[in-house]
Every structure is written in C-alpha cells, then in structure tokens.
Design a protein around this ligand. Structure first.
Ligand code: C2E
Ligand code: CA
Ligand code: CA
Ligand code: CA
Length: 278
C-alpha cells in the first residue's frame, strides 16, 4: 500500500511539473503571438428581442497557434492573469473592438461593443487611462463601450475595485455583470454596482428547455433585474425553444450559437448586412 501511495505522489508531482512546463511554454509563445498576428478577436452578435435587430457585439479573444491550433481563452486568460500579460491582451482586444465599432458605424450600424475585463485588471490604476486613450484614438463615444465584469469576490464598497468601477461609470462607460447567478456575490453586485446590464450565465440557459426550476430561476432573474432598471442579456442561446421562452419572459437581448457563433469581423459584417437585406 505504501508503494502505491508513493507512486501516486510521484505521478502527481510529474503531472504538476508537466503542467508548469506547459504553462511556461504557452506563456513564451503568447508573448510572440500578439506580434505575429496569431491572436485575433472574434465578434458575436447580440440580438434585441423587441426590435429583432442586432444592436451590439461581444469581442472574444482568439489564439490560433501555428502548431497547436486554436487555444481557448479559458486556457490562456488565466495564465495571462497570473503572469501579468492581461493588460497587453486587453489593450489589443480593446483596440480591435473599438476600431470595429467605428467601422460598423461607418457602415450604418450603430452598435454597442462589449469587452471582457479580467478582475485583476480592475485593480490596475492604468485601466481608465488606457480605455480613454483607445476611445480617443478611434473617436468612439464611451457610452458605446460595455465592460463585462465577472463577480469574483464579495464586493467591498470601500475596495479599490469598487472605486475603479465607479470611476469607469463616471467617465461614461457602461458595465455589465457577466456570468450572473454563478458567483457568490450575485445580489451584492446587483445592489451596489452601477451596472446597466446583467448577463444571465449560459449554464441556466442551457437547462431551461428541460428544467422547469431553471426556467423559473431565469424568470426571477429577469424580473429582479428589470425592477432595478437593468437590461437583461441571456448568453448561450442555442435553440429556437430557448429563444422563444426568453422572448415570453421579457428578456431584452440574446446571444448564442442559435443566432451566430463568434466570428471574424468580416463575417460579422456580412452577417448583419445579410439580415438587413432580408
Ligand atoms: P464569457 O465572457 O462568459 O463568454 C461566453 C463564452 O460562451 C464564450 O466562450 C463564447 O464563445 C461562448 N458561447 C457563445 N455562445 C454560446 C452558445 O450558444 N453555447 C455555448 N456553449 N457557448 C457559447 P470563449 O470565447 O471560449 O470565452 C471563454 C471565456 O474567456 C469568456 O467567457 C471570458 O470570460 C474569457 N474571455 C474571452 N475573451 C476575453 C478577453 O478578451 N479578455 C478577458 N479578460 N477574458 C476573455
Ligand atoms: Ca462575457
Ligand atoms: Ca458569460
Ligand atoms: Ca464565463
């Protein structure tokens, strides 16, 4: 039994070493990847259920590694956060997204543009300046940019993060509470955060077709958010049944594979112009 246990330890040690080596090699290639054009931004449309129009997009970072193929943000964002690369990635995404919003406007589409902001970046005092600089460089109004933030810890109203969020809102930017319903501070965020939007996490949406309880939960979230004047977005809408149920429940906007996957900017533009032509 002793032998088995020590084998197990060796295995765990090797696995951890392997994991660490993998992370370091990923990090080294990430540094090159942005300059090489391996990192790019995909856009996923947000459909307004009242007007039946695409009124916004979410920017989602993509990394197509020349040998390893696509590496999902769920893998490399965490590593980027851990090794102080998140500011650089976010600058890249913001720049692309703001430019896309301005280009869309030139094409006749006035849309909001949503960008994900890692919790760690909210503690970086350089963030408001970076955003202001990018908006000014492209000439986009701050109220067209939505920062999607994920609840992590409890929201302490005397914290640096809270002060940062207030400062961002005062500068005219909009906030969205991402993955709503999954964190441990959901109600805190709704109470105290000057967010204009709530995004219901896709884990609720994917099960609401089959689970009556989840359907009721989604209904309650929509009612609660509406009573506080928040716009409600459902993410991960994959079926027509989903879409119809959310329409009945009075959800404002939907996003998901049923409407479109996140796609390169050119394809996003064809998608919206195809819908307009219909
Ligand atoms: P998120 O912000 O919650 O984004 C939603 C995720 O759901 C995206 O995964 C999107 O591609 C995926 N999705 C969209 N529609 C559907 C659907 O109908 N069904 C299903 N199953 N999934 C759908 P993705 O692009 O892999 O991103 C994963 C996470 O990585 C994001 O979750 C976000 O937290 C993070 N992320 C992505 N881009 C950035 C970025 O530029 N900066 C930061 N800090 N984080 C990012
Ligand atoms: Ca998001
Ligand atoms: Ca989300
Ligand atoms: Ca998420």
């Amino acid at each position: 039994e002793e032998a088995v246990r020590s084998d197990e330890l060796v295995f765990q040690h090797d696995a951890r070493k392997h994991e660490a080596q993998w992370e370091i090699s990923l990090l080294t290639s990430l540094d090159r990847a942005i300059d090489n054009g391996e990192v790019w931004v995909a856009y996923q449309p947000k459909l307004d259920l009242v007007s039946n129009r695409i009124t916004g997009a979410e920017a989602l970072v993509r990394w197509t590694h020349p040998e390893r193929g696509p590496i999902g943000p769920d893998k490399f964002i965490r590593i980027a956060e851990e090794f102080h690369r998140i500011e650089r990635i976010t600058r890249f995404v913001l720049n692309d997204a703001v430019r896309a919003a301005v280009e869309l406007e030139r094409e006749g589409y006035e849309m909001t543009m949503s960008v994900n902001i890692a919790a760690q970046l909210l503690r970086n005092p350089a963030l408001p300046g970076m955003i202001a600089e990018i908006l000014a460089a492209h000439g986009l109004s701050p109220n067209r940019l939505i920062l999607e933030i994920t609840e992590t810890d409890r929201l302490d109203r005397s914290s640096k993060t809270f002060q940062m969020l207030q400062r961002l809102v005062q500068s005219g930017l909009r906030l969205s509470i991402d993955d709503f319903g999954t964190g441990n501070a959901t109600i805190d965020y709704l109470r105290y955060l000057p967010a204009s939007e709530v995004k219901i996490d896709k884990s609720f949406i994917s099960t609401m077709d089959s689970s009556e309880a989840d359907l009721r939960l989604v209904q309650s979230i929509i009612e609660m958010a509406h009573s506080l004047d928040r716009v409600v977005v459902a993410e991960g809408v994959e079926t027509l049944k989903n879409l119809e149920a959310l329409t009945r429940l009075g959800c404002d906007l939907v996003q998901g594979y049923h409407i479109s996957r996140p796609v390169p900017y050119r394809d996003f533009l064809s998608f919206v112009s195809g819908r307009r032509a219909r």
